[in-house]
Write a protein that binds this ligand. Sequence first.
Ligand code: NI
Ligand code: MN
Length: 230
Amino acid sequence: MGISFTWLGHSAFEMTIDGHLVAFDPFLSNNPTAAVKPEALIPEIIFLSHAHDDHLGDTVAIAKRAKSLVVANFEICTWMGNHGVKDHHAQNPGGGYDHGFVHAKLTMAHHSSSFPDGAYGGEPTGFLLTPKETRKRIYFAGDTALFLDMQLIGEEGIELAFLPIGDNYTMGPTDSLRAIRMIKPKFVVPMHYNTWDDINQDVDDWARRVRSETEAEPIVLQPGGSYTLQ
Ligand code: NI
Ligand code: MN
C-alpha cells in the first residue's frame, strides 16, 4: 500500500492511494502535453478543482464510462448531474468528508471558475486528502494565487503538495517558493506549466531554488512520469 502518482500533463494526475485509483483535473483530449488518452483512466474518484476547461477536460466522459465519483464544489456537481454524470459528491471550501479510503477536505483557492459555455462554476478549490491507511497528507492546490491562509494548510502537516508554477494564470515560481515555506511539505510537485507558451517555465531552475530556499524536496516529472512515496 502507499501513495504513487503519474503526471499526465498540465494539472492532470493519476494517483494510487492505498490501492485505489483516483484522478485530478483530467484534461487530456485537448492537452498538447497529455501522456495518456482519457480511455486509459479508470479512477474511482475524480477530484475536480474548478470548471475551467483545462481542468474539467474529459471528466464527464471518464466518469460516465468508469462510473467514477466526481468530488467538486456544489455548482460543478449540479452541472455534472445535468450532464449525465450519476455519481457526484458536492463539498465546499472548509468542508471535509470521509470517502472511505480517503478523507477529502476542500480548500480555498484564489482564482476564477466558469464552464466553457460561461456558466458559473462556483468557487475554485484545492483538496486536502488524508488517506485512511497511509495517513500521509496530500495538498493539491488547484489553480491559485499565493495566499496567506496557506499557513493554515501547513499547520495540518503536509507530506506531498502539488502547486502551480506557470505564472500568468496562477502563481509563478517565485510565489510558489513563498507558498512552500508556508505549507512546509516534505515533497512538492510542480504543475500547470509548459503546456502553452504563456506558462513556460524553467523547471530545473525552480527545483534548484526549492532545494536552496526551502526545506522541501522537489519532484519534477515529465508527462507520463511516475513517483512512489517512500
Ligand atoms: Ni483555471
Ligand atoms: Mn488552469
